[in-house]
Design a protein around this ligand. Sequence first.
Ligand SMILES: *Cc1c(COP(=O)(O)O)cnc(C)c1O
Length: 376
Amino acid sequence: MDKIKRNVLLNPGPATTTDTVKMAQVVPDICPREKEFAGLMKGLRSDLLRVVHAPEEEYTSVLFCGSGTINIDICINSLVPEGKKILVVNNGAYNSRAVEVCEMYHIPHINLKFSVYEQPNLEEVENTLMQNPDVAVVYCCHHETGTGVLNPIREIGALAHKYGAIFVSDTTSTLGMIPLDVVKDNVDFCMASAQKGLMAMSGLSFIVGKKSIIGASKNYPTRSYYCNLYLQYEYFEKTGEMHFTPPVQTIYATIQALKEYFEEGEEKKFARHHRVYEAIHEGLDELGFKTIIPREIESGLVVSVLYPSDSNWSFEKVHDYCYERGFTIYPGKISTTNTFRLCSLGAIDVSDIRDFFVVLKDALNEYDIKIASNKK
Ligand SMILES: *Cc1c(COP(=O)(O)O)cnc(C)c1O
């Protein structure tokens, strides 16, 4: 087999994968209704619990075929009881996506908005909970991938519990990268897709959550057929299988990725992503780029970079130049500011970032883009 070209993806997922994960998908054809395949999913489901330190007695993991957004949809449409509300603690694009899901299903909700450049204010969260005893679910994204802001989910989860609500966190862009302990972090439900922190392929998403709450949700209003948490959970419990066709090859890749995850180790992997992030900041500083989120509240996984003011700057041209040389940079997701993003996800290390900055510098020279003169 020829060597597969290695691209360094600096976008916020899908991430750069190892060749062993890529090749894990090349297997004999199998019908996913075979016992052998159900056995594979059983191991995968318990490994996912281990990643977030979820005790098997209390938590379960439920798999879905879809991109990460399917988890947001499922948690919101499945976990709000009749006559109750959901509170979305919103400081960015991914929390806004949760608000859109509420709107789409006509679910009573509070959109508690904060600046996209800051962490949510906990006092305001608490006041809102105090004034709205009908809030049954508090929702907050762990890491706003659009900006790079890391949210204080442990504290938000504690507040939810203090006021008798459950806590759902979108951990799609942290799970498998920033150590997460659902018990200590007060998380009743978290979620991710296989192609981000776990460094597998896109198409498989999963929710880790409390069995007792999923059980209770059996009697909640049903708002979707395909995307119902209880239905999928019940099917897994009864048969060990997904209700409908699973993403077979992605599941093989994810099993291999989890093997590599446990081999690398939670702390070591976290440290690797962090040194990649440090190298990104170093390279940007050297070239004179400005970033927009204070380092103290950055996740260490996404860096939002301000566009230089030089009129020669063109994100597309610089992107294409880098892309042709094996590096992918990504547009920003802040409506009011022109930014692009560099991320530290995936099977990459500091040497890849150094190589990238050589290419980026060449791109700036090629298009005569000046950065240092760009003092805001
Ligand atoms: C990537 C991501 C998602 C899922 O996005 P998809 O495009 O559906 O894969 C959800 N939440 C966060 C925080 C993310 O970073």
